[in-house]
Design a binder for this molecule. Structure first.
Ligand code: ZN
Length: 444
């Protein structure tokens, strides 16, 4: 539910590759100075819905600052490296080597693309290592370096296989239709995107984490969740609820909805069950049920497709222009030159970064809806939904070391969820069962 690094729905794997290192990581900035003690004569301000004890607050402020630096710095680093690489004509050298070995385009792709993908991974490695170092130093990760390295290698293997295939398709489409490739490739990515979301929970996620039916390990909780689903008038069978063994790697709590059609499921991390009291677990799962019922996966897919077509069209316009302008120095022949991949990556990184506020605003809107849904869903099942939801946010925020009152601009640009302060404040004040008010998703 707070989803620290994991996107709830897969963005197209290509975009994922291209925009890797861009500002999808969450970050926060330091809160304004703490309020001074109010003078006797002034009215006492109510306590904020989310706050941290001083010792944790200092850590949270430093950590959120680091997260923002890493997010923005990672993008700047990627852009800088791509410009240097282009100026040094490395892509052209790699292309020449591939073309000397074989005239076949498909074989050339197999020679050019995997080294390019490995290079990109190596470039972002310092940032990845530093991020993991910080997560361990602040107690958010308990994953050993060998285990972390293994995960990176698995991710790299997936990127090489999927990235090479997708980019082969892209360059084939560019060769066939130099003017309309952005449209045809976009049409190609739509079924791939849906397929990726479909297979992700059954083929991709188990490569990195262990999943088991929630019913098997936590029958009492499953029964409670079934009651919650019934109460909310939903059809979510227990077979669609899974437990993820997150405690091997991280200390935070989380839950999420994933998959499409027959693979749709709610996943709860074991940390969530171990650390939160039952009422708060109900709220967290209620939030996830909101994503499920409000069809956020489908809406997310549609939105991603919309953003992607705009990005591809912009790439078509800008990459062509850049190649023509830089011909004497970068020596890229045309759009269907393998070396044009570096220009494509450059353009995608820049536009992906500029699009982050738009995609994150959409995500925050969905997350807020799920918060409302979760709080309404537990009405009648817990003594006080407002207190339960607010307490859950406080627990999540302090476990993830979220500084209260993040910088609004950073929140606008980087946050996939509203800030914990905002969510806790909303929860504390949201009571649609008061006379004259109406719940948004549930009847009185
Ligand atoms: Zn959510």
């Amino acid at each position: 539910m707070p989803s620290p690094t994991r996107a709830r729905f897969l963005i197209p794997l290509l975009a994922l590759l291209l925009v890797s290192g861009a500002a999808t990581a969450r970050a926060q900035q330091s809160p304004p100075p703490t309020q001074s003690t109010p003078a006797q004569s002034q009215p006492v301000r109510p306590a904020p819905a989310y706050n941290l004890p001083p010792a944790i607050l200092a850590k949270a402020i430093t950590l959120t600052r680091l997260r923002a630096i890493l997010a923005f710095g990672g993008t700047a680093w990627t852009i800088l490296v791509l410009l240097l690489v282009l100026a040094g004509r490395w892509p052209v050298a790699l292309r020449d080597w591939a073309e000397r070995i074989t005239p076949g385009k498909w074989l050339q792709g197999l020679l050019f693309l995997p080294p390019a993908i490995v290079f990109l991974t190596v470039v972002s490695l310092p940032f990845d290592i530093y991020s993991q170092h910080i997560e361990r130093a602040y107690g958010l990760s308990v994953q050993s370096w060998p285990s972390w390295t293994l995960d990176q290698l698995k991710a790299l293997g997936l990127s090489i296989v999927i990235g090479t295939l997708l980019l082969q398709v892209l360059f084939r489409v560019i060769r066939v239709s130099p003017r309309k490739w952005w449209l045809w490739f976009w049409l190609c990515t739509l079924p791939i995107l849906v397929f990726a979301v479909f297979i992700s929970p059954i083929w991709i996620d188990p490569i990195f984490n262990h999943f088991s039916p929630l019913q098997k390990s936590n029958p009492a909780l499953t029964a409670q969740l079934e009651q919650l689903a019934q109460h909310a008038g939903l059809d979510i069978p227990p077979q669609r609820m899974f437990l993820m063994k997150a405690s091997e790697k991280v200390t935070g709590e989380n839950a999420y909805v994933t998959g499409i059609g027959a693979t749709t499921r709610i996943v709860v991390w074991d940390n969530t069950i171990r650390k939160l009291p039952p009422d708060e677990i109900l709220f967290v799962v209620g939030h996830e049920m909101g994503h499920y019922v409000l069809r956020h996966i489908y809406k997310g897919l549609a939105f991603t497709a919309l953003v992607l077509v705009v990005l591809l069209w912009l790439a078509y316009v800008c990459v062509g222009w850049l190649i023509r302008r830089t011909q004497p120095s970068w020596q890229i022949r045309s759009m269907d030159d393998w070396a044009a991949l570096a220009v494509l990556l450059l353009v995608f990184t820049v536009f992906g970064f500029l699009a982050s506020p738009i995609t994150n605003s959409f995500s925050r809107w969905e997350e807020h809806q799920a918060d409302v849904f979760g709080q309404e869903a537990i009405h009648g099942l817990v003594p006080d939904p407002q207190v339960t939801a607010q307490k859950a946010f406080v627990a999540l925020g302090s476990d993830y070391l979220e500084a209260p009152n993040p910088n609004p601009l950073i929140e606008f640009w980087l946050y996939s969820h509203p800030s914990i302060s905002e969510r806790a404040k909303f929860a504390a004040h949201y009571d649609p069962w008061l006379p004259g008010r109406h719940p948004r998703y549930f009847r009185k």
